[in-house]
Design a protein around this ligand. Sequence first.
Ligand SMILES: Cc1ncc(COP(=O)(O)O)c(C=O)c1O
Length: 300
Amino acid sequence: MAGIAFDQRDGEIWYNGVFVPWKDAKLHVLTHGLHYASCVFEGERAYGGEVFKLEEHTERLHTSANVLGFELPYSSEEINAATRELLARQNLVDAYVRPVAWRGSEMMGVSAQHNRINVAIAAWEWPSYFKPEERLKGIRLDMAEYRRPDPMTAPYKSKAAGLYMICTLSKHAAERKGYADALMLDWRGQVAEATGANVFFIKDGKIHTPTPDCFLDGITRRTVIDLARARGFEVIERVIMPEEMEGFEQCFLTGTAAEVTPVSEIGPYNFQVGEITKVLMEDYHASVQPVADIKAAAAG
Ligand SMILES: Cc1ncc(COP(=O)(O)O)c(C=O)c1O
């Protein structure tokens, strides 16, 4: 097991409006969010002490909660201020930030109309993965058995804990076979995404990515599309069938945790880590740096 268990660390966690000692940030076993997955969360990264696109992540947390039928009892301004204060109190510079909101313990059953909505934010050190020599080899993905569900059967616009059940199952199965991750198709059999990241392909200088109509339209995904278009690359969002992977030359994943990660293999299909992937890795790395640092670098 890597590192100190997450319930045994030192520091503080913002919990329902106050900073509590890390080890005291507990909840009861009879918590609705635990039993019925009435829980939403975010995954954010701080670079140089600032969370990249904090406002967008906080907005998505609110949207995720609304899609699951509840309101966060804190405004975006309060959550953003709490996040910034948490980073400062924890002396964190390059960090992962995990806001989470869930229905509490007042009622225990499928219906929990009046349960308290709890919100917590934790942050821990997480240096940027940007080690070109390692990442440039590309990661290997298995094909997942589970598929992203039909929007009629799951609230896909919410970053809801319940939607990760099939992701953990798929990632565990892939890891048992020696792969880093798994590519999930959707319920129609179209290419969807990896278990915690979006997917892109490149062929003849053009970038192709599945239309996010049943999976998360990642903040990194949108950032990378903008960066690619700013470089003059054509980005095509469309239906991609798995057999098409045979003809793609390059592939990469995008996500807050994954950043831009080249892929060398998906099941029987192989890809090179090519120039366009490398350029987008570098552009993304540059774009996540805090504005103050970029200005300082430009001023020499
Ligand atoms: C299932 C899934 N898809 C895609 C993403 C990428 O989203 P983002 O770029 O907003 O981190 C994530 C990560 O949050 C994810 O968990």
